[in-house]
Design a protein around this ligand. Structure first.
Ligand code: PRP
Ligand code: MN
Ligand code: MG
Length: 183
């Protein structure tokens, strides 16, 4: 995706680093379940879609895909604080293992909201995998991922599923935009 390279101040995670770490995460996740476990992988749209696609192919277990569309940011670099469920998941998760797939945990509000709702549906277990974790910004202290790809500093990062105003999701790397790109 060289067309966007000039928009970036720095690249913080390269395509190679992403590939390598996602392979490791897939292995960790595979080892944490039993071979005959019934696992539903829930992708939190839209940001987690690229990560879900790549991670799922590194998990050596049968999984069911599902999707939930949740939004809190809109066209801004700051969370609005209001988490909206735009589309609920389709699968019945009662008695099944739920693996929530996120691209980033920032304040933790999105994940808190999703986990609170899904707990009431009595899954056998709930685990969370996030590609990125930004602990400095966390408001929901109890929100932690079971599997975490990379810790990132308190900078607005885009690429590999993460957007700014719906742009940059289709990049193979993760980086920080130049200031002028926000205006
Ligand atoms: C982003 C990101 C996470 C969430 C993290 O989603 O993909 O889902 O915000 O922020 P939080 O921990 O402060 O809640 P966004 O609402 O921008 O929607 P998107 O995935 O469609 O871009
Ligand atoms: Mn998201
Ligand atoms: Mg977004």
């Amino acid at each position: 995706n060289s067309v966007f390279k000039g928009d970036f101040k720095e690249i913080i995670i390269s395509e190679e680093e992403l590939k390598q770490r996602i392979k490791e995460l897939g292995k960790e996740i595979t080892e944490s379940y039993n071979e005959d476990d019934d696992i539903v992988m829930l992708c939190i749209l839209r940001g987690a879609i690229i990560f879900m696609a790549d991670l799922s192919r590194e998990i050596d277990l049968p999984v069911t895909f599902d999707f939930m569309d949740v939004s809190s940011y809109g066209a801004s670099t700051k969370s609005s604080g209001v988490v909206r469920i735009i589309k609920d998941m389709e699968e019945n998760i009662e008695g099944r293992h739920l693996l929530i797939v996120e691209d980033i945990i920032d304040t933790g509000r999105t994940l808190k909201h999703v986990v609170d709702i899904l707990k009431t549906r009595d899954p056998k277990s709930i685990k969370v995998v996030t590609l990125l974790d930004k602990p400095e910004r966390r408001e929901q202290k109890e929100i932690e991922a079971d599997f975490n790809g990379f810790e990132v500093p308190d900078k607005f990062v885009v690429g590999y599923g993460l957007d700014f105003a719906e742009k940059y999701r289709n990049l193979s790397f993760i980086g920080v935009l130049k200031e002028k790109m926000y205006n």
